[in-house]
Design a protein around this ligand. Structure first.
Ligand SMILES: [Zn+2]
Ligand SMILES: [Zn+2]
Length: 108
């Protein structure tokens, strides 16, 4: 945790000439890094991307179908629904479960 310094405008008066300009580290956009996987080809890698990035470019098949690996996943061996395309991620919509990879609704 970095300390935060605040300078009171009142204390400085009108003169700002003797204020030492301390150099701030170059402004960086917050980045996230972590394990990513591709729902297109199944490739996994360690991705670094600006915070808020949802779609990552897969270094293997170069589609934008890379996703962050989730913090939580079913335990290995747990039965999970899988689309014909191999994807296991779905949007749960009022119309049904929409495959996040190929865009087809799942039939039950
Ligand atoms: Zn891929
Ligand atoms: Zn699919």
């Amino acid at each position: 945790m970095q300390a935060c310094f605040a300078i009171h405008a009142d204390c400085m008066g009108s003169s700002v000439t003797n204020v030492i300009q301390f150099s701030l580290p170059p402004k960086r956009d917050p980045h996230g890094s972590g394990e990513a996987f591709c729902i297109q080809c199944g490739h996994t890698w360690i991705a670094v991307a600006p915070a808020g990035t949802v779609d990552l470019e897969c270094p293997e098949c170069h589609t934008m179908k890379g996703k962050w690996r989730f913090e939580f996943q079913p335990a290995p061996g747990t039965m999970v629904r899988e689309c014909d395309c191999g994807n296991q991620l779905f949007y749960l919509t009022p119309d049904g479960h929409l495959c996040a990879n190929c865009g087809t609704y799942q039939g039950y």
